[in-house]
Write a new protein. Structure first.
Length: 240
């Protein structure tokens, strides 16, 4: 895939398939709307119980990328199962973000209790790397990529987050891309072999819940730490 292009949106998470599960419908919808969308996987996700080799997981990620119509995808060299928020890991992601210059970075939000701790560590790395993107006088780490502020970070909440406590939450209508999302997830046959109805049911149920709450058939829930704003309250409230 092309490397040195500016992307409108980049989703970042610890493992290949995390972004597809968390926000694949939104990524597919944004690409369908003409935006340049990408994914950065912090690790290759290996070793993992069902995958025979890293090359298999990367091949599955390539297939998922084609399904979502991504403009770019990059897998960093950080270690799966041993992912920590370190200075070096922050730098590696910040270099990638400076290369793609995204307007929006999307990441998992919150801890995944009783699941991989890589997810939460990945979130911390994303937040620090996004901050590093705007810093000047650090050419020894980022040359040839100049500073490029990240305007907005958006999170998809884990299922362990109390949705009632979320501030500045919103739902993206993915009614027309729910099947694309499911196809991108099922592209990871090493993780979800044919007949993995449980993951399909869970994804559709979650999307149905969030969609119905917002008046859509299917939706994906997000939240942002920044205050949302508008210059047209009627359009903001979907009344105009």
């Amino acid at each position: 895939m092309v490397d040195d292009i500016q992307l409108d949106m980049i989703a970042v998470a610890a493992h290949p398939d995390d972004c597809e599960i968390g926000c694949g419908g939104t990524l597919a919808k944004a690409a369908k709307q003409g935006y340049k969308v990408g994914i950065i996987d912090l690790t290759d996700g290996e070793p993992t119980p069902r995958s025979p080799a890293p090359e298999v997981r990367l091949s599955e990620a390539k297939k998922a990328s084609e399904i979502l119509r991504l403009a770019a995808r990059e897998t960093l060299s950080l270690p799966n199962r041993r992912l920590f928020d370190t200075f070096e890991n922050r730098l590696e992601l910040a270099r990638a973000l400076r290369k793609y210059r995204p307007k929006v970075v999307v990441s998992i939000g919150g801890k995944t209790t009783m699941a991989s701790p890589d997810h939460y560590q990945g979130m911390l790395i994303v937040e620090a790397a996004a901050f590093y993107c705007k810093l000047t006088k650090w050419e020894e780490y980022f040359d040839p990529y100049p500073p490029c502020p990240v305007p907005r970070i958006v999170y998809w909440p884990t299922r362990h987050v109390d949705l009632g406590l979320l501030q500045n939450s919103f739902v993206v209508d993915i009614s027309d891309t729910i099947e694309t999302k499911l196809a991108s997830v099922l592209a990871y046959e090493s993780q979800f072999p044919p007949g993995s109805q449980r993951i399909v049911d869970w994804i559709k149920a979650s999307a149905r819940l969030h969609g119905v709450q917002a008046g859509f058939e299917y939706g994906e829930l997000f939240w942002t730490p920044g205050v949302q704003s508008t210059d047209d309250i009627m359009r903001f409230l979907k009344l105009a």
